[in-house]
Design a protein around this ligand. Structure first.
Ligand SMILES: Nc1ncnc2c1ncn2[C@@H]1O[C@H](COP(=O)(O)OP(=O)(O)O)[C@@H](O)[C@H]1O
Ligand SMILES: [Mg+2]
Length: 340
């Protein structure tokens, strides 16, 4: 921890403890002394090796101040302190999606779809505000203790492709979520963010990445050229309908993907509705089958009863017949000596 606890910054925020380290900054749990509440303080790293980092930080803060959505971390304040930029955010009590995936290995189809819808709702708000997230990955999404997903850490600075790749590959160390067109020099766009969402969904569904090389270069090659292994090959429990959505998001040509977050949300919602309908159909079929079996059982026991009754009648008749034969024989035995 670079800053001691109890240090007060900007006359207002007390540092409590370190809660996270990213590429550009250290995040601390802080306490807002004026408003008496916990906050998260994202404090810029001391030495900036990259000149664009400062600009990135500033842009991130400015953009975040204007965003207001339940699936995006709330930004309260932004200032410079001791030549470091500081962002004050709502403190998110929970764990990153990265940690959650590592713990669970992979999520159920329903959980993947419901999580994805929340992430995409936040992302749709970002896109509606004319900006791209540019750094979508599970480490930048928090699952709060009350089970809400929140997008954090917007890499919004409009850098050139080389800078973008340097930033992603060297600083953040994650290029596995980038769309193929980014490697060809195109700027981030809603369809390129949809590719990142595809990688995210693949990871949530299988626990592994669709494109993973032994080096950044190798990974980039795979993203550009290779078809991903169908996720159901890894997780047999994954619904085929969800697999279709994931594979559509991972199309190399961005025209073949869902074009917007909203379009993807609609596809996921349709999938969830159909899934419920399928389940209802299955249980209705089960109930119908059970009714048929019960009816059959009833008919069977009725015909068994009929047979029983018939048999009882027959036995009664045989008994009567035997009785008359015996009487007849006795009478015959009595009568024979009389006639003789
Ligand atoms: N608002 C917050 N509340 C709680 N923890 C946070 C918050 N923001 C970030 N963190 C933690 O700090 C880590 C790094 O933050 P992030 O914004 O991703 O920094 P970087 O830009 O350096 O990657 C996150 O992975 C998370 O664990
Ligand atoms: Mg981060």
């Amino acid at each position: 921890m670079e800053f001691k606890s109890n240090v007060i910054i900007n006359n207002k925020y007390k540092i409590v403890s370190e809660i996270g380290k990213g590429a550009s900054a250290v995040v601390y749990l802080g306490y807002d002394l004026l408003n008496n509440k916990n906050v998260a303080l994202k404090i810029q790293n001391q030495k900036d090796e990259f000149s664009n980092m400062d600009k990135r930080f500033k842009l991130e803060a400015n953009t975040l101040l204007n965003l207001n959505h339940q699936n995006i971390v709330d930004t309260y304040d932004y200032f410079t302190w001791n030549n470091r930029r500081v962002i004050v955010m709502e403190y998110l009590d929970g764990k990153t999606l990265e940690k959650y995936i590592r713990e669970k290995q992979y999520l159920s189809s329903k959980e993947v779809a419901t999580f994805a819808i929340e992430i995409l709702e936040g992302l749709d708000h970002v896109h509606q505000n004319g900006i791209m997230h540019r750094d979508l990955k599970p480490a930048n999404i928090t699952i709060t203790v009350d089970n809400k997903l929140k997008l954090m850490d917007f890499g919004i600075i409009q850098t050139s492709i080389n800078q973008e790749l340097t930033r992603q590959a060297s600083i953040i160390g994650t290029i596995q979520y980038l769309a193929p067109e980014i490697f060809k020099g195109e700027k981030s766009s809603p369809p390129s963010e949809m590719f990142s969402i595809g990688v995210l969904l693949y990871r949530m569904s299988t626990g592994v990445l669709p494109f993973k090389g032994i080096s950044h270069e190798d990974t980039a090659k795979k993203i550009l050229n290779d078809d991903p292994l169908p996720p159901t090959n890894i997780n047999k429990m994954l619904d085929l309908e969800l697999e279709k959505i994931i594979l559509k998001l991972l199309q190399k040509d961005y025209y073949n993907r869902y074009q917007t977050a909203r379009e993807t949300i609609n596809a996921l919602k349709d999938y969830l509705i159909n899934r419920e309908q399928y389940k209802i159909n299955q249980s209705t079929k089960f109930l119908q089958d059970r009714q048929v079996i019960e009816n059959n059982n009833q008919t069977l026991s009725k015909s068994k009863q009929k047979i029983k009754k018939k048999k009882a009648k027959e036995i009664k008749l045989i008994n009567y017949l035997l009785f008359f034969i015996v009487i007849f024989l006795i009478l015959a035995l009595i009568m024979i000596p009389i006639f003789i």
